[in-house]
Design a binder for this molecule. Structure first.
Ligand SMILES: Nc1nc2c(ncn2[C@@H]2O[C@H](COP(=O)(O)OP(=O)(O)OP(=O)(O)O)[C@@H](O)[C@H]2O)c(=O)[nH]1
Length: 380
């Protein structure tokens, strides 16, 4: 009897142990599950944060498409009426909508004329606008195209003109590389120098700036602010002093410091062209005393909002200095960006960069396709 009781007691204890063990296992599984869920949640939170951060960064640096005003060919007013669909009995009963139709228009003289006008409105100039539309028509005249196809074709033709001139500022092993920055007052020279200095600095280059527009105290102060922001020394001279003498001193400092780049700001008074020409020529003469190959680049800064006037500025500055490349500023928000196509078509000068805002990071390399797409309002 006692044996039976012991056996029963053992069985009960065994059952209790088994229950305890299964409870422990269940608790361990629950904990593991909770940990897994927490880890997954943490992963999801991190991914969401990364997306938010990326979106915030993207929002800070608007793309050219967002910041430029497109001349988007608005070809919708002459849409053909959608053909009456034979929807069938069931379709009519169910009130099903007719499938969407893509409007196609014939690439004829009328259409080409409309496109030319649009391009001229964007300040592309008559000659270049004609070239673009003529290329568009080649082999396609009389064909029916959708608006998207027309935009793509137009963007592709513009890209073809721009491709050969899209070249970053060439860098030479020569130290210091001297970059003379020219352009009319207000075109964005000072801002561009600040942005360039900041970008080269960030790329590990040692940069020196010379505030060569010694007549305008405000210009010198502004350059100092940009220099501070970029962490780059700015050499200045008393108001009204000889810019060539400042350029000479700056060249000496850049050489002594082992600087990679010397950016020289210049005056932009075109009112007295021969004075400015003499001033620029003198700067070049004196810096050549220290380096015969200087300046290595003469950057002409142009303001996109001046439209066709930019063409005239290139002509004038080519006469008074040895322009080696262009920077087009203020492309953000202008509807006159087409002038850049005319410049590429007429002068073939390299376009090194474009300005798309007033902040230090708002200087971008020139990407012809992005530019052409933004100009015509085409999304790839
Ligand atoms: N929106 C926009 N504004 C710009 C851009 N580049 C320059 N600016 C603005 O244009 C104005 C003139 O720019 P500056 O850099 O002072 O022009 P500058 O050629 O040095 O002119 P001066 O100092 O008068 O010789 C300033 O208000 C700049 O902030 C750009 O790419 N986009």
């Amino acid at each position: 009897m006692a044996e039976e009781a012991r056996a029963a007691e053992e069985a009960r204890l065994e059952e209790e142990r088994a229950e305890a063990e299964s409870a422990r296992r269940a608790a361990a599984e629950r904990q593991a599950e909770e940990e897994r869920t927490a880890a997954e949640q943490a992963k999801r939170d991190a991914a969401a944060k990364a997306t938010r951060d990326a979106e915030a960064r993207a929002a800070q640096t608007p793309t050219l498409r967002e910041s430029m005003t497109p001349v988007a060919p608005d070809l919708t007013e002459e849409e053909q009426p959608a053909p009456q669909e034979k929807r069938g009995l069931l379709g009519r009963l169910m009130g099903r909508a007719a499938p969407k139709t893509v409007v196609r228009r014939t690439l004829d003289d009328d259409m080409l004329e409309q496109l030319e006008e649009l391009l001229i409105t964007a300040d592309m100039g008559v000659d270049t606008a004609l070239r673009v539309t003529a290329n568009m028509a080649e082999g396609r005249f009389g064909k029916k195209l959708s608006v998207a196809e027309i935009k793509e074709l137009m963007a592709d033709e513009i890209t073809r003109i721009m491709d050969p001139v899209a070249r970053p500022l060439p860098l030479y092993p020569k130290k210091p590389q001297v970059v003379l920055v020219v352009g009319v007052n207000g075109s964005g020279k000072t801002t561009t120098i600040g942005k360039l200095a900041s970008q080269f600095r960030a790329a590990g280059k040692k940069v020196v700036i010379a505030a060569g527009d010694t007549f305008r105290a405000a210009a010198v102060e502004q350059l100092q602010v940009w220099g501070d922001r970029a962490g780059v020394p700015v050499l200045t001279a008393p108001q009204g002093s000889d810019p060539a003498s400042l350029a000479f001193d700056a060249m000496g400092k850049a050489q002594a410091d082992g600087a990679d780049l010397l950016l020289i700001d210049t005056a932009g008074r075109l009112q007295n062209r021969s004075d400015l020409m003499e001033e620029l020529a003198k700067i070049v003469r004196v810096i050549r005393k220290k380096d015969e190959s200087a300046p290595h680049n003469t950057l002409l800064v142009l303001d996109a909002t001046t439209g066709q006037n930019a063409l005239n500025q290139v002509k004038v500055f080519q006469e008074i200095s040895d322009v080696s490349g262009l920077v087009m500023t203020k492309l953000d928000g202008t509807a006159k960006g087409g002038v850049l196509v005319a410049l590429a078509d007429k002068f073939g000068l390299p376009i090194h960069a474009i300005g798309v805002g007033e902040q230090i990071d708002d200087l971008q390399p020139f990407d012809p396709q992005e530019f052409a797409d933004a100009l015509v309002g085409y999304e790839r």
